[in-house]
Design a protein around this ligand. Structure first.
Ligand code: AMP
Length: 127
């Protein structure tokens, strides 16, 4: 049996976001369920800025396959709900921006798939 089959959330020992999921590095948690975890970005670009991630270690969007479709679907459906809970204003006057940096050309710095959810009144620092 593979490591993944033994462990519901295979981790990369060197991954900072795996450590956040495991509680080994502190974070300001926004949400958690069996598959997903969300926490405030440490360097926010916008009045609301949190990261929504799969608990399982997936390096980036580039590693997704059909087995991840249901989980990623849940993630995308959850994002608007959390955005409102965290203070984003309602669509269409308010709204939010979702960004998923992927790979070097996508300016990805942390190699654990994460969805940025940003919102709140402008101007923002970036984005
Ligand atoms: P990127 O990989 O370019 O999408 O960006 C990674 C994001 O993770 C940046 O916005 C960082 O501010 C954020 N980040 C890095 N380390 C932490 C941490 N320990 N807690 C919260 N956010 C973090």
């Amino acid at each position: 049996m593979t490591e993944a089959a033994h462990h519901p959330h295979p981790r990369d020992a060197d991954c900072i976001f795996c450590k956040i999921v495991a509680g080994q590095i502190p974070s300001r948690k926004v949400y958690e369920d069996d598959e997903l975890f969300a926490f405030h970005d440490i360097h926010p670009w916008a009045p609301v800025h949190f990261l929504l991630i799969p608990k399982v270690h997936i390096a980036s969007m580039a590693q997704l396959d059909d087995r991840h479709a249901a989980m990623m679907g849940r993630l995308m459906v959850l994002a608007p709900r959390l955005a409102l809970e965290q203070g984003c204003q309602p669509y269409p006057e308010g709204g939010f921006r979702i960004v998923v940096n992927t790979g070097a050309h996508g300016a990805q710095e942390v190699q654990h798939l994460h969805v940025h959810v940003m919102g709140g009144p402008r101007p923002w620092l970036r984005g």
